[in-house]
Design a protein around this ligand. Structure first.
Ligand code: NAP
Ligand code: ZN
Ligand code: ZN
Length: 347
């Protein structure tokens, strides 16, 4: 079994630190990837600190992986040595249930296997993610990119990109729609870029006044400071669609009131604490409150192809792996413009 360097958290209260991961020996359909870049998602932080519960330690996060193939199993057809390869939030699913058959592996009825903190289907233990030098993944869960755009900017597409692309596509957001993107972080900035590229009128809803100029540069047409009651009042009953990417506890009802009749608010942000939503806030104006989880494998490939074709990448700050703990603190302060990406050559 190949052993590879990684960064792991040994408990909810200890910082990430060097550790060795045993990757499985190559199976016929496996692709062995040398990781070049790995994005830093807020879900990594929620998991490392056990904010959602259920973290198994040691935990090696990371599910925005871009790398190069170094070896393939003898039945692999889609990848060869030296190819670029990417891995997102899943590394396996049952492939047999209705959801898997439709390419909705993220909703696998038998449970998809997350790239980290996921239980391997063969009983071999938990999965370890992309804060490491190498990873071994079944080719069905490896996605293709080509060498046209900076690789570090492509890495965050594997989670932040698909998590915003999928709901915008599912609810047919486009020309003529007034869209609010709630929270300008990793997911939020991809939401702004994608919604604007689909032709929607985009408003950034942010609690950080310092982000207004960036929001407009990223493609937002308007900016509302959510701590300013007057500004928020000005967009009541205004939006067709709001994508909520906030990572911390917040009041959903304020934002539901910004939806017009038949408007939809979709939660992708996953605060650890439950929200209180009175039915009345939905009943009046026939509003919908929904959720969405990443995206399936075919749609993730579609999103990568779309972004590469339209020159859409993430705005990133490349960091060394040794800076990861400080980066988490900065992410909590909203001090990231707009995704940290680890240069894995520093490990
Ligand atoms: P992030 O980069 O930290 O961005 C979160 C943003 O939320 C911040 O930039 C900030 O935007 C806003 N925010 C943070 N604290 C707030 C507070 N107390 N009140 C109001 N706004 C606040 O995080 P991310 O990586 O984009 O992830 C966002 C959330 O999505 C996380 O909970 C993550 O676990 C979840 N997620 C879900 C999926 C899925 O499949 N559904 C996939 C990936 C991630 P402003 O400064 O602009 O207000
Ligand atoms: Zn993520
Ligand atoms: Zn399934």
């Amino acid at each position: 079994m190949p052993s590879t360097k990684a960064y792991a958290a040994q408990s909810a209260t200890t910082p990430l630190a060097p550790w060795n991961v045993e990757r499985r020996a190559l199976r016929p359909y496996d692709v062995q990837i040398e990781i070049l870049f790995c994005g830093v998602c807020h879900s990594d932080l929620h998991t490392v600190r056990n904010e959602w519960g259920g973290t198994i330690y040691p935990a090696v996060p990371g599910h925005e992986i871009v790398g190069r193939v170094i070896k393939t199993g003898d039945r692999v057809r889609n990848f060869k040595e030296d190819d670029l390869a990417t891995v997102g939030c899943m590394v396996d699913s049952c492939r047999e249930c209705n959801n898997c058959k439709q390419g909705l592996e993220q909703y696998c009825d038998n449970g998809m296997v997350g790239t980290y903190n996921g239980l391997q289907k063969d009983g071999s233990g938990i999965t370890y993610g992309g804060y490491s030098k190498q990873i071994v993944v079944h080719e069905d869960f490896v996605l293709k990119i080509y060498d046209k755009l900076p690789l570090e900017g492509l890495a965050p597409l594997l989670c932040a990109g698909i998590t915003t692309y999928s709901p915008l596509r599912y609810w047919n957001v486009g020309k003529g729609d007034k869209v609010g993107i709630l929270g300008l972080g990793g997911l939020g900035h991809m939401g702004v870029k994608l919604a604007a590229s689909f032709g929607a009128e985009v408003t950034m809803l942010s609690h950080s006044p310092s982000k207004e100029a960036d929001a407009k540069r990223l493609g937002a047409h308007h900016f509302i400071l959510t701590s300013d009651k007057q500004q928020v009042k000005g967009v009541r009953n205004y939006f067709d669609f709001i994508l909520d990417t906030i990572s911390a506890e917040h009041d959903y009802n304020i934002y539901l009131s910004l939806l017009k009749t038949n408007g939809k608010m979709v939660c992708v942000g996953a605060p650890p604490t439950p929200a209180q939503v009175p039915a009345f806030d939905l009943i009046f104006k026939r509003r919908t409150l929904a959720g969405s989880l990443i995206g399936g494998i075919p749609e993730t490939q579609e999103m990568l192809d779309y972004c590469i074709e339209h020159n859409i990448v993430s705005d990133v700050e490349v960091i060394a792996i040794q800076d990861i703990n400080e980066s988490y603190e900065r992410m909590l302060k909203g001090d990231v413009r707009y995704r940290f990406v680890i240069d894995m050559s520093t490990l």
